[in-house]
Design a protein around this ligand. Structure first.
Ligand code: NAD
Length: 286
């Protein structure tokens, strides 16, 4: 039976550590870390994410500043707000919830965030730092994936890792982090030939495709570690939606360890956002 990596418990442990860091920083500097969360429009999924982020800040003692703007907010107005948050000494992290309404250029907005406050790690400066291994703020989900891997593997040096998915916010940064730790990394995507064969050689599989139950039992070699980032909402019985991952969880019980969906990577993403906010505050305060 594969070990079920309990993302909820690991995230709770990380949140306790963050709460302790918040207390220590406040005791040392008199400053409480602050996160500004900007939401434009009323996308229901975004509303849920933002509410969750604000609640989690409260739990660990981070101040949160919520900025809810109407759907018809202009790009200029949003950029003006970001400039204000960049200059505000009480704000150490700035998060703009995506997707933004279609009339706003998402890239231009994310690029306007001060890289030192870019707690999502999406700014080109932080992307560059990650790919050169020179610090910076690391995107939350990829950071959470590495923390989960670290709970089951002592040393990933030289291991074969396959990352399924090459998005800028999930697949590519995960590949960079694995590479930085000297794993041998194969990054795959929708056009990849022989994905099952590549997976069968892997010691670590990180599935971030958004393709339900893509990774079958026969794709996985005994003893592999599997991190399932994928989340797809499908209609369940009794009319309620349910979340499914990219891995056929029941078929991979010969693996060494696997994350469930839900309860695996998801909780780590928010815990890492909190950790990034404290890191940004510590860097700003010196
Ligand atoms: P995306 O759509 O931007 O990228 C998906 C990637 O997977 C692409 O590179 C695509 O080529 C590849 N892909 C798609 N289908 C494939 C297939 N059948 N075989 C091989 N490769 C395939 O998505 P994203 O933003 O990177 O997110 C990926 C998944 O992770 C989604 O399910 C998303 O909901 C989930 N996600 C979870 C968290 C979390 O906190 N747990 C955070 C972010 C994203």
């Amino acid at each position: 039976m594969a070990e079920r990596i309990d993302g909820r418990a690991i995230a709770a442990g990380l949140e306790d550590e963050v709460a302790e860091q918040v207390r220590a920083l406040a005791a040392r500097t008199g400053v409480t870390p602050g996160l500004a969360v900007v939401l434009v429009g009323r996308d229901p999924a975004s509303e849920v994410y933002v509410a969750h982020k604000i609640k989690s800040c409260r739990k660990v003692g981070i101040r949160s500043f919520e900025h809810r703007l109407p759907e018809n907010t202009t790009q200029d107005a949003l950029l003006t707000l970001i400039a204000r948050l960049n200059a505000d000494p009480e704000v150490h992290g700035v998060l703009v919830q995506v997707p933004l309404p279609a009339h706003i250029d998402e890239g231009a907005v994310l690029d306007a965030i001060d890289p030192g406050k870019d707690v999502d790690g999406f700014h080109p400066v932080n992307v560059g730092r990650l790919s050169t291994g020179t610090g910076g703020l690391i995107p939350c989900t990829p950071l959470g994936v590495m923390k989960l891997i670290d709970t089951v593997i002592d040393d990933i040096t030289g291991l074969d890792a396959v990352v399924i998915g090459k998005s800028n916010i999930v697949g590519k940064p995960i590949a960079m982090l694995l590479l930085e730790r000297e794993a041998t990394v194969t990054v795959t995507h929708i056009e990849t030939k022989n994905l099952p064969d590549l997976c069968r050689k892997a010691d670590i599989i990180v599935a971030a495709a958004g393709a339900p139950r893509l990774v079958k039992g026969w794709w996985v070699k005994p003893g592999a570690v599997i991190i399932d980032v994928g989340i797809t909402r499908i209609p369940g019985e009794n009319g309620k939606d349910r979340l499914v991952g990219d891995v056929a969880f029941d078929e991979v019980q010969h693996a060494r360890a696997v994350t469930p969906v839900p309860g695996g990577v998801g909780p780590m993403t928010i815990a890492c956002l909190l950790a990034n906010t404290v890191q940004a505050a510590e860097t700003a305060l010196g």
